[in-house]
Design a protein around this ligand. Structure first.
Ligand code: URP
Ligand code: ZN
Ligand code: ZN
Length: 455
Protein backbone atom coordinates (compact mmCIF):
# COMPACT_ATOMS: atom_id res chain seq x y z
CA UNK A 1 0.00 0.00 0.00
CA UNK A 2 0.96 3.64 -0.50
CA UNK A 3 0.22 5.71 2.61
CA UNK A 4 0.15 9.50 2.48
CA UNK A 5 0.36 10.78 6.04
CA UNK A 6 -0.50 13.98 7.89
CA UNK A 7 -1.97 15.97 5.02
CA UNK A 8 -4.80 18.49 4.95
CA UNK A 9 -7.27 16.45 2.91
CA UNK A 10 -9.43 18.40 0.45
CA UNK A 11 -12.70 16.44 0.67
CA UNK A 12 -16.11 17.09 -0.92
CA UNK A 13 -17.52 18.13 2.48
CA UNK A 14 -14.57 20.33 3.46
CA UNK A 15 -11.03 19.91 4.73
CA UNK A 16 -9.71 17.68 7.46
CA UNK A 17 -6.37 16.32 8.60
CA UNK A 18 -5.60 12.67 8.03
CA UNK A 19 -3.95 9.87 6.10
CA UNK A 20 -4.85 8.36 2.74
CA UNK A 21 -4.00 4.79 1.75
CA UNK A 22 -3.83 3.77 -1.92
CA UNK A 23 -4.05 0.19 -3.06
CA UNK A 24 -4.92 -1.55 -6.32
CA UNK A 25 -5.50 1.70 -8.15
CA UNK A 26 -8.06 2.93 -5.64
CA UNK A 27 -8.22 4.93 -2.44
CA UNK A 28 -8.41 2.08 0.02
CA UNK A 29 -8.73 4.05 3.27
CA UNK A 30 -9.01 7.56 4.60
CA UNK A 31 -8.70 8.01 8.35
CA UNK A 32 -7.21 10.27 10.99
CA UNK A 33 -4.33 7.78 11.06
CA UNK A 34 -3.57 4.71 8.95
CA UNK A 35 -0.95 2.53 10.64
CA UNK A 36 1.68 1.44 8.05
CA UNK A 37 3.24 -2.01 7.93
CA UNK A 38 6.84 -2.56 6.86
CA UNK A 39 5.73 -3.38 3.34
CA UNK A 40 4.00 -0.03 2.83
CA UNK A 41 5.43 2.95 0.94
CA UNK A 42 4.96 5.95 3.23
CA UNK A 43 4.97 9.63 2.21
CA UNK A 44 4.81 12.61 4.51
CA UNK A 45 2.30 15.30 3.50
CA UNK A 46 2.77 17.56 6.54
CA UNK A 47 2.08 21.16 5.58
CA UNK A 48 0.55 20.04 2.29
CA UNK A 49 -2.96 20.03 0.82
CA UNK A 50 -4.00 16.65 -0.53
CA UNK A 51 -6.21 17.02 -3.61
CA UNK A 52 -7.91 14.50 -5.82
CA UNK A 53 -5.71 14.70 -8.95
CA UNK A 54 -6.37 17.70 -11.14
CA UNK A 55 -8.23 17.15 -14.41
CA UNK A 56 -7.53 19.21 -17.52
CA UNK A 57 -10.62 18.76 -19.67
CA UNK A 58 -9.32 20.58 -22.77
CA UNK A 59 -6.09 19.52 -24.47
CA UNK A 60 -4.81 18.90 -27.99
CA UNK A 61 -1.89 16.46 -27.93
CA UNK A 62 -0.17 14.96 -30.96
CA UNK A 63 -2.64 16.54 -33.28
CA UNK A 64 -2.67 17.99 -36.80
CA UNK A 65 -4.55 21.27 -36.52
CA UNK A 66 -4.77 22.17 -40.18
CA UNK A 67 -1.48 24.07 -40.10
CA UNK A 68 1.00 21.83 -38.30
CA UNK A 69 1.44 19.01 -35.79
CA UNK A 70 1.38 20.06 -32.17
CA UNK A 71 4.75 19.94 -30.46
CA UNK A 72 3.59 17.79 -27.55
CA UNK A 73 2.85 14.11 -28.02
CA UNK A 74 0.68 12.22 -25.58
CA UNK A 75 3.90 10.98 -24.00
CA UNK A 76 5.45 14.41 -23.41
CA UNK A 77 2.16 16.19 -22.72
CA UNK A 78 0.88 13.81 -20.08
CA UNK A 79 4.33 13.69 -18.45
CA UNK A 80 4.30 17.47 -18.20
CA UNK A 81 0.74 17.34 -16.88
CA UNK A 82 1.72 14.99 -14.05
CA UNK A 83 4.69 17.20 -13.13
CA UNK A 84 2.20 19.99 -12.47
CA UNK A 85 -0.30 17.86 -10.52
CA UNK A 86 -2.71 16.96 -13.31
CA UNK A 87 -3.60 13.27 -13.29
CA UNK A 88 -6.16 13.15 -16.12
CA UNK A 89 -6.52 15.01 -19.39
CA UNK A 90 -9.54 14.97 -21.68
CA UNK A 91 -8.14 15.39 -25.17
CA UNK A 92 -10.00 16.34 -28.34
CA UNK A 93 -9.93 13.40 -30.72
CA UNK A 94 -11.11 14.62 -34.09
CA UNK A 95 -12.93 13.02 -36.99
CA UNK A 96 -11.86 15.16 -39.94
CA UNK A 97 -14.16 15.39 -42.95
CA UNK A 98 -14.30 12.03 -44.69
CA UNK A 99 -13.14 10.18 -41.55
CA UNK A 100 -15.62 8.27 -39.40
CA UNK A 101 -15.71 8.86 -35.67
CA UNK A 102 -14.73 5.24 -34.83
CA UNK A 103 -11.70 5.61 -37.14
CA UNK A 104 -10.85 8.96 -35.55
CA UNK A 105 -11.09 7.46 -32.09
CA UNK A 106 -8.96 4.45 -33.09
CA UNK A 107 -6.30 6.83 -34.39
CA UNK A 108 -6.25 8.76 -31.11
CA UNK A 109 -5.90 5.50 -29.21
CA UNK A 110 -2.95 4.54 -31.44
CA UNK A 111 -1.28 7.82 -30.55
CA UNK A 112 -1.92 7.66 -26.81
CA UNK A 113 -2.16 4.06 -25.65
CA UNK A 114 0.85 2.78 -23.74
CA UNK A 115 2.66 6.14 -23.67
CA UNK A 116 0.89 8.18 -21.00
CA UNK A 117 2.00 9.29 -17.57
CA UNK A 118 -1.40 10.84 -16.73
CA UNK A 119 -4.77 9.25 -17.51
CA UNK A 120 -6.52 10.29 -20.69
CA UNK A 121 -10.10 10.42 -21.91
CA UNK A 122 -11.35 11.65 -25.26
CA UNK A 123 -13.96 14.11 -26.42
CA UNK A 124 -14.82 13.56 -30.10
CA UNK A 125 -14.82 16.57 -32.41
CA UNK A 126 -16.95 16.29 -35.55
CA UNK A 127 -16.09 18.25 -38.68
CA UNK A 128 -19.25 17.27 -40.53
CA UNK A 129 -22.78 16.17 -39.80
CA UNK A 130 -24.27 13.28 -41.77
CA UNK A 131 -26.23 10.07 -41.25
CA UNK A 132 -23.09 8.03 -40.61
CA UNK A 133 -22.04 10.35 -37.80
CA UNK A 134 -25.56 10.34 -36.40
CA UNK A 135 -25.49 6.53 -36.19
CA UNK A 136 -21.98 6.53 -34.73
CA UNK A 137 -22.82 8.77 -31.77
CA UNK A 138 -24.06 5.70 -29.90
CA UNK A 139 -20.97 3.73 -30.97
CA UNK A 140 -18.83 6.50 -29.53
CA UNK A 141 -20.87 6.60 -26.34
CA UNK A 142 -20.36 2.84 -25.92
CA UNK A 143 -16.61 3.38 -26.45
CA UNK A 144 -16.50 5.72 -23.45
CA UNK A 145 -16.85 9.05 -25.23
CA UNK A 146 -19.38 11.12 -23.28
CA UNK A 147 -18.70 14.51 -24.86
CA UNK A 148 -18.40 15.88 -28.35
CA UNK A 149 -17.15 19.08 -29.91
CA UNK A 150 -18.29 21.27 -32.75
CA UNK A 151 -16.67 24.40 -34.15
CA UNK A 152 -18.33 27.61 -35.30
CA UNK A 153 -15.02 28.77 -36.80
CA UNK A 154 -12.21 27.22 -38.91
CA UNK A 155 -13.38 26.39 -42.47
CA UNK A 156 -12.22 22.76 -42.38
CA UNK A 157 -14.07 22.05 -39.13
CA UNK A 158 -17.10 24.26 -38.75
CA UNK A 159 -20.72 23.12 -38.79
CA UNK A 160 -23.78 25.04 -39.98
CA UNK A 161 -26.34 26.18 -37.41
CA UNK A 162 -28.94 23.67 -38.63
CA UNK A 163 -26.36 20.86 -38.31
CA UNK A 164 -25.49 21.98 -34.81
CA UNK A 165 -29.16 21.87 -33.86
CA UNK A 166 -29.59 18.34 -35.20
CA UNK A 167 -26.40 17.22 -33.48
CA UNK A 168 -27.60 18.51 -30.11
CA UNK A 169 -30.98 16.85 -30.59
CA UNK A 170 -29.24 13.57 -31.41
CA UNK A 171 -26.97 13.79 -28.36
CA UNK A 172 -29.82 14.39 -25.95
CA UNK A 173 -31.04 10.80 -25.52
CA UNK A 174 -27.42 9.72 -24.99
CA UNK A 175 -26.96 12.17 -22.10
CA UNK A 176 -23.81 13.42 -23.81
CA UNK A 177 -22.41 16.95 -23.66
CA UNK A 178 -21.62 19.14 -26.65
CA UNK A 179 -18.59 21.41 -26.30
CA UNK A 180 -18.50 24.27 -28.76
CA UNK A 181 -15.75 26.56 -30.00
CA UNK A 182 -17.69 29.80 -30.07
CA UNK A 183 -16.29 32.22 -32.63
CA UNK A 184 -18.13 33.45 -35.70
CA UNK A 185 -15.82 32.13 -38.44
CA UNK A 186 -17.16 34.22 -41.28
CA UNK A 187 -16.71 37.47 -39.32
CA UNK A 188 -13.15 36.43 -38.57
CA UNK A 189 -12.43 35.69 -42.25
CA UNK A 190 -13.66 39.14 -43.18
CA UNK A 191 -11.79 40.88 -40.36
CA UNK A 192 -8.55 39.10 -41.22
CA UNK A 193 -8.74 40.45 -44.76
CA UNK A 194 -9.39 43.97 -43.46
CA UNK A 195 -6.51 43.84 -40.99
CA UNK A 196 -4.08 42.58 -43.65
CA UNK A 197 -5.33 45.25 -46.08
CA UNK A 198 -4.33 47.84 -43.47
CA UNK A 199 -0.80 46.47 -43.70
CA UNK A 200 -0.90 44.76 -40.29
CA UNK A 201 0.69 41.36 -40.82
CA UNK A 202 2.48 40.69 -37.50
CA UNK A 203 1.08 38.78 -34.47
CA UNK A 204 -0.68 41.95 -33.29
CA UNK A 205 -3.06 41.44 -36.23
CA UNK A 206 -4.40 38.25 -34.63
CA UNK A 207 -6.48 39.86 -31.82
CA UNK A 208 -7.55 42.68 -34.14
CA UNK A 209 -9.06 40.12 -36.49
CA UNK A 210 -10.96 38.28 -33.77
CA UNK A 211 -13.23 40.88 -32.18
CA UNK A 212 -15.10 40.18 -28.96
CA UNK A 213 -18.34 40.42 -30.94
CA UNK A 214 -17.32 37.30 -32.91
CA UNK A 215 -17.30 35.33 -29.66
CA UNK A 216 -20.40 36.96 -28.19
CA UNK A 217 -22.41 36.31 -31.36
CA UNK A 218 -21.34 32.67 -31.47
CA UNK A 219 -22.03 32.06 -27.77
CA UNK A 220 -25.42 33.68 -28.02
CA UNK A 221 -26.41 31.84 -31.22
CA UNK A 222 -25.15 28.53 -29.89
CA UNK A 223 -27.12 28.91 -26.68
CA UNK A 224 -30.31 29.78 -28.55
CA UNK A 225 -29.83 26.61 -30.61
CA UNK A 226 -29.22 24.60 -27.44
CA UNK A 227 -32.48 26.00 -26.05
CA UNK A 228 -34.26 25.05 -29.26
CA UNK A 229 -32.86 21.55 -28.83
CA UNK A 230 -34.68 21.30 -25.48
CA UNK A 231 -31.96 22.73 -23.24
CA UNK A 232 -29.28 20.44 -24.62
CA UNK A 233 -26.39 19.76 -22.26
CA UNK A 234 -23.63 22.09 -23.48
CA UNK A 235 -20.22 23.35 -22.51
CA UNK A 236 -18.96 26.70 -23.77
CA UNK A 237 -15.21 26.14 -24.04
CA UNK A 238 -12.39 28.65 -23.60
CA UNK A 239 -14.65 31.62 -22.80
CA UNK A 240 -12.58 34.78 -23.21
CA UNK A 241 -14.89 37.81 -23.19
CA UNK A 242 -17.27 39.72 -20.94
CA UNK A 243 -19.70 39.95 -23.88
CA UNK A 244 -19.71 36.16 -24.19
CA UNK A 245 -20.23 35.87 -20.44
CA UNK A 246 -23.15 38.28 -20.69
CA UNK A 247 -24.71 36.08 -23.40
CA UNK A 248 -24.44 33.11 -21.02
CA UNK A 249 -25.98 35.16 -18.21
CA UNK A 250 -28.85 36.12 -20.53
CA UNK A 251 -29.52 32.48 -21.41
CA UNK A 252 -29.50 31.47 -17.76
CA UNK A 253 -31.76 34.42 -16.90
CA UNK A 254 -34.24 33.11 -19.49
CA UNK A 255 -34.28 29.92 -17.44
CA UNK A 256 -32.13 27.81 -19.76
CA UNK A 257 -30.62 24.76 -18.05
CA UNK A 258 -27.63 22.49 -18.69
CA UNK A 259 -25.12 25.21 -19.56
CA UNK A 260 -21.55 24.69 -18.40
CA UNK A 261 -18.75 27.18 -18.85
CA UNK A 262 -15.01 26.71 -19.17
CA UNK A 263 -12.28 29.31 -19.24
CA UNK A 264 -8.49 28.99 -19.30
CA UNK A 265 -5.52 30.58 -17.51
CA UNK A 266 -4.64 32.69 -20.58
CA UNK A 267 -7.94 34.59 -20.25
CA UNK A 268 -7.52 35.01 -16.50
CA UNK A 269 -3.87 36.10 -16.47
CA UNK A 270 -2.94 37.64 -19.83
CA UNK A 271 -4.30 40.49 -21.94
CA UNK A 272 -3.83 41.58 -25.54
CA UNK A 273 -0.75 43.71 -24.83
CA UNK A 274 1.13 40.38 -24.98
CA UNK A 275 1.03 40.63 -28.79
CA UNK A 276 3.36 43.63 -28.62
CA UNK A 277 6.15 41.52 -27.10
CA UNK A 278 8.96 41.54 -29.66
CA UNK A 279 11.86 39.56 -28.19
CA UNK A 280 15.26 39.19 -29.83
CA UNK A 281 13.90 38.49 -33.31
CA UNK A 282 10.86 40.76 -33.22
CA UNK A 283 8.38 37.87 -33.38
CA UNK A 284 7.86 36.83 -29.75
CA UNK A 285 4.21 37.98 -29.91
CA UNK A 286 3.52 34.85 -32.00
CA UNK A 287 3.67 32.80 -28.78
CA UNK A 288 0.27 34.22 -27.90
CA UNK A 289 -1.42 33.46 -31.21
CA UNK A 290 -4.19 31.24 -29.93
CA UNK A 291 -7.91 31.32 -30.52
CA UNK A 292 -9.65 33.02 -28.95
CA UNK A 293 -6.91 35.54 -28.12
CA UNK A 294 -6.28 37.02 -24.67
CA UNK A 295 -8.48 40.12 -24.49
CA UNK A 296 -8.62 43.49 -22.75
CA UNK A 297 -7.94 43.85 -19.02
CA UNK A 298 -11.68 44.53 -18.55
CA UNK A 299 -12.55 41.13 -20.07
CA UNK A 300 -9.98 39.47 -17.85
CA UNK A 301 -11.42 41.23 -14.79
CA UNK A 302 -14.96 40.10 -15.69
CA UNK A 303 -13.88 36.49 -16.10
CA UNK A 304 -11.89 36.52 -12.87
CA UNK A 305 -14.96 37.81 -11.09
CA UNK A 306 -17.04 35.06 -12.74
CA UNK A 307 -14.60 32.47 -11.41
CA UNK A 308 -15.14 33.84 -7.92
CA UNK A 309 -18.94 33.96 -8.21
CA UNK A 310 -19.12 30.38 -9.48
CA UNK A 311 -20.36 31.30 -12.97
CA UNK A 312 -17.33 29.56 -14.45
CA UNK A 313 -17.58 25.81 -13.86
CA UNK A 314 -14.18 24.59 -14.97
CA UNK A 315 -10.71 25.91 -15.71
CA UNK A 316 -8.89 23.94 -18.42
CA UNK A 317 -5.88 24.87 -20.55
CA UNK A 318 -6.64 24.33 -24.26
CA UNK A 319 -3.03 23.10 -24.31
CA UNK A 320 -2.06 23.11 -28.00
CA UNK A 321 1.67 23.70 -28.22
CA UNK A 322 3.73 24.79 -31.23
CA UNK A 323 7.38 25.81 -31.22
CA UNK A 324 8.08 29.46 -31.85
CA UNK A 325 11.09 28.52 -33.94
CA UNK A 326 10.29 26.21 -36.82
CA UNK A 327 6.51 26.27 -36.42
CA UNK A 328 4.97 29.59 -35.39
CA UNK A 329 7.65 31.55 -37.21
CA UNK A 330 6.39 30.20 -40.51
CA UNK A 331 3.73 32.87 -40.10
CA UNK A 332 6.27 35.69 -40.14
CA UNK A 333 4.82 38.28 -42.52
CA UNK A 334 1.27 36.86 -42.27
CA UNK A 335 -0.25 36.23 -38.84
CA UNK A 336 -2.92 34.05 -40.48
CA UNK A 337 -0.26 31.40 -41.06
CA UNK A 338 0.87 31.20 -37.41
CA UNK A 339 -0.38 27.88 -35.97
CA UNK A 340 -2.98 28.70 -33.31
CA UNK A 341 -2.46 27.49 -29.77
CA UNK A 342 -0.21 27.60 -26.74
CA UNK A 343 1.10 25.32 -24.00
CA UNK A 344 -0.25 25.20 -20.43
CA UNK A 345 -0.99 21.68 -19.22
CA UNK A 346 1.99 21.66 -16.85
CA UNK A 347 1.37 25.01 -15.20
CA UNK A 348 -2.39 25.47 -14.77
CA UNK A 349 -2.69 24.47 -11.08
CA UNK A 350 0.25 26.67 -10.03
CA UNK A 351 -0.91 29.60 -12.17
CA UNK A 352 -4.42 29.53 -10.78
CA UNK A 353 -3.40 28.87 -7.17
CA UNK A 354 -0.87 31.73 -7.32
CA UNK A 355 -2.88 34.31 -9.19
CA UNK A 356 -6.01 33.70 -7.10
CA UNK A 357 -4.15 33.43 -3.77
CA UNK A 358 -6.33 34.90 -1.03
CA UNK A 359 -9.41 34.65 -3.28
CA UNK A 360 -9.73 30.92 -3.94
CA UNK A 361 -9.09 28.41 -1.18
CA UNK A 362 -8.16 24.74 -1.58
CA UNK A 363 -11.78 23.60 -1.90
CA UNK A 364 -12.36 26.15 -4.68
CA UNK A 365 -9.24 25.01 -6.54
CA UNK A 366 -10.47 21.46 -6.15
CA UNK A 367 -13.93 22.34 -7.47
CA UNK A 368 -12.68 24.22 -10.54
CA UNK A 369 -9.86 21.91 -11.56
CA UNK A 370 -10.91 18.47 -10.35
CA UNK A 371 -14.45 18.03 -9.03
CA UNK A 372 -16.40 19.95 -11.69
CA UNK A 373 -14.39 18.64 -14.66
CA UNK A 374 -15.14 15.14 -13.33
CA UNK A 375 -18.84 15.94 -12.90
CA UNK A 376 -19.34 17.78 -16.20
CA UNK A 377 -17.50 15.13 -18.20
CA UNK A 378 -18.83 11.94 -16.66
CA UNK A 379 -15.95 10.84 -14.45
CA UNK A 380 -17.54 11.48 -11.06
CA UNK A 381 -17.52 9.80 -8.50
CA UNK A 382 -14.47 7.74 -9.53
CA UNK A 383 -12.47 10.88 -10.19
CA UNK A 384 -12.69 14.42 -8.82
CA UNK A 385 -12.96 13.53 -5.16
CA UNK A 386 -10.93 12.10 -2.32
CA UNK A 387 -13.10 9.25 -1.05
CA UNK A 388 -12.67 5.60 -0.24
CA UNK A 389 -13.25 3.59 -3.42
CA UNK A 390 -12.42 6.47 -5.75
CA UNK A 391 -9.48 6.20 -8.17
CA UNK A 392 -6.04 6.61 -6.65
CA UNK A 393 -5.28 9.85 -8.51
CA UNK A 394 -3.88 12.19 -5.89
CA UNK A 395 -1.94 15.43 -5.88
CA UNK A 396 -0.07 16.36 -2.70
CA UNK A 397 0.30 20.11 -3.03
CA UNK A 398 2.87 22.17 -1.17
CA UNK A 399 1.24 25.62 -0.89
CA UNK A 400 4.47 27.27 0.24
CA UNK A 401 6.86 26.13 -2.51
CA UNK A 402 8.23 29.09 -4.43
CA UNK A 403 9.49 28.61 -7.95
CA UNK A 404 9.57 30.34 -11.32
CA UNK A 405 8.12 29.12 -14.58
CA UNK A 406 10.59 29.03 -17.40
CA UNK A 407 10.94 27.25 -20.70
CA UNK A 408 14.41 25.94 -19.90
CA UNK A 409 13.17 23.79 -17.02
CA UNK A 410 9.63 22.91 -18.10
CA UNK A 411 8.62 19.44 -19.31
CA UNK A 412 6.21 20.61 -21.99
CA UNK A 413 7.97 19.72 -25.25
CA UNK A 414 7.98 23.22 -26.66
CA UNK A 415 10.56 25.98 -26.90
CA UNK A 416 8.70 28.60 -24.89
CA UNK A 417 6.04 29.18 -22.28
CA UNK A 418 3.53 32.00 -22.33
CA UNK A 419 4.26 32.50 -18.61
CA UNK A 420 8.05 32.90 -18.74
CA UNK A 421 9.30 34.35 -15.44
CA UNK A 422 5.97 33.95 -13.62
CA UNK A 423 6.71 33.49 -9.94
CA UNK A 424 4.58 30.72 -8.48
CA UNK A 425 3.65 30.06 -4.90
CA UNK A 426 2.59 26.43 -4.61
CA UNK A 427 3.64 23.31 -6.44
CA UNK A 428 2.70 19.67 -6.84
CA UNK A 429 4.96 17.90 -4.35
CA UNK A 430 3.77 14.37 -5.19
CA UNK A 431 1.53 13.26 -8.06
CA UNK A 432 0.05 9.78 -7.93
CA UNK A 433 -1.69 8.36 -11.00
CA UNK A 434 -3.63 5.15 -10.38
CA UNK A 435 -1.70 4.78 -7.12
CA UNK A 436 1.74 5.09 -8.75
CA UNK A 437 4.09 7.99 -8.02
CA UNK A 438 4.36 9.73 -11.40
CA UNK A 439 6.06 12.99 -10.44
CA UNK A 440 7.79 14.55 -7.47
CA UNK A 441 8.55 18.25 -6.95
CA UNK A 442 7.97 19.03 -10.59
CA UNK A 443 10.08 16.18 -11.98
CA UNK A 444 8.76 12.97 -13.55
CA UNK A 445 9.63 9.65 -11.94
CA UNK A 446 9.63 7.87 -15.32
CA UNK A 447 6.58 5.77 -14.52
CA UNK A 448 3.82 5.71 -17.16
CA UNK A 449 0.76 4.59 -15.21
CA UNK A 450 -1.74 6.58 -17.32
CA UNK A 451 -4.74 4.66 -18.61
CA UNK A 452 -7.66 5.37 -20.92
CA UNK A 453 -10.69 6.61 -19.00
CA UNK A 454 -13.87 5.28 -20.56
CA UNK A 455 -16.62 7.61 -19.41
O1 URP B 1 -5.77 28.26 -30.64
C1 URP B 1 -6.25 27.24 -30.19
N1 URP B 1 -6.94 27.28 -29.10
N2 URP B 1 -6.07 26.07 -30.79
C2 URP B 1 -6.63 24.85 -30.40
C3 URP B 1 -7.92 24.54 -31.07
C4 URP B 1 -9.09 25.18 -30.39
O2 URP B 1 -9.71 26.03 -30.99
O3 URP B 1 -9.46 24.84 -29.28
ZN1 ZN C 1 -11.56 25.76 -29.57
ZN1 ZN D 1 -9.03 23.65 -27.98
Amino acid sequence: MVIIQNGALVCPDGMRYGDVALEGGHIARMAAAVEPTEADEVYDASGCWVFPGFIDAHTHMQCWTGMDWTADSFETGTRAAACGGTTTIVDYATADRGVTMPDGLAEWHRRADGTCTANYAFHMALAEWNERNRADLKVMRDAGVASFKAYLAYDHLKLEDSELLELMEALKPLGATLCVHCENGSIIDAMQKRVVARGITGPEGHPLSRPVEAEADAVSRFLYLAHLAGDARVNVVHLSTKMGLDAIRAAKARGQKNIFVETCPQYLLLDDTCYLERGADGFAGAKYVMSPPPRKPSDRAALREAVLTGEIDTIATDHCSFNLHGQKDRGRGDFRKIPNGGPGVEHRPALIATSFAGELGPTDLCRLMSEMPAKVFGMWPQKGQLAEGADADVCVWDPTAEWTINAATQHQNVDHTTYEGFECCGRAHLTFVNGVLAAQDGEPTGAQPGQYVAR
